[in-house]
Design a protein around this ligand. Sequence first.
Ligand SMILES: [Zn+2]
Length: 249
Amino acid sequence: MSFFNSIGRSMSRNPRGPKRSPTPTSTTFPDMPPPPVPASPSSPAPSKPLYLCSPFVEAALVKGNFKTIVVLPKYVDIMEWVAVNVFDFYTNLNEFYGVISECCTQQSCPTMAAGTNLNYTWINQDRKSVNLAAPTYIDYVMTWVQNLLDDENVFPTKSGHDFPQTFPSTIKHVYRQLLRVFAHIYHAHYPQILHLRSEPHFNSLFAHFLAFGREYELLDIKDVKGAANAPVGIGMLWDRWREMGILEG
Ligand SMILES: [Zn+2]
C-alpha cells in the first residue's frame, strides 16, 4: 500500500518519547518553508571520500538488507509507522549532529556543502535563494522539524486525532531536508564520525533512512544523487550500498 494513498486511515498512536531541543538559535520561518535548491559551485574536487573507502563503506551495526526492517508491521497503521520512524530518524540525526556540531562552524562550513560542486541554498521569506553557513542551515532545518513534531495538528498523539491530509507531503519535505543534513555530515564531517568510531552506527542510521525513504516514496532519486554537474556526495554511497546488497534499487 502506498503511503501517499493512505491518508484517512490514521488511528491513535502512543505518545512519542522525550523530545530533544534543537540547536539553540531561533528562527522565524513559516511552518513550511519551501525546500532549498542546489546552487553554486564550491571547493575543488578532493580525492575519493573516506566514506566510500573500505572498510568504512562496509561498516554497519545492522548486517544485511534493510528491506525487512522497513516493511510495515502487521496491524500497524501506515501513518503511525511513518510518523514514528521519522521521529526516530530526526532524533538520532540530531544527536549525531549535536556531537559533531562544534566542528561545524561559520568558519569551517560557510556554505551548506554536500558535494565537491554542490552547496544547498535556503529559500527565505522573500522567496529568494540564499547561501547560509551550514550550522545556520541545519539549525533552521532542525528547528523547523522539531516545531512540526511538537505540533499536535501535524503529528497528532492524542486518541481520536487524525493525521492531516497534508501529512504525506509534509513528511516528504522533512525527509528531503534531513537527507541534506546527512549529506553535509558525510561530505564535511566524516573524519569526525571516524574519530568517534561511530561510522558503523552512522552508516546504519543512514542506510535505514534511505531504505525507509524509498519504501514509502519519501525520497526522490534526484535528491539522493543530485544533478550531473553537481552530484551529491552520498549519491555514490547509495550506489555502493546497492551494489553490496545493503539497499535495494
Ligand atoms: Zn559543517
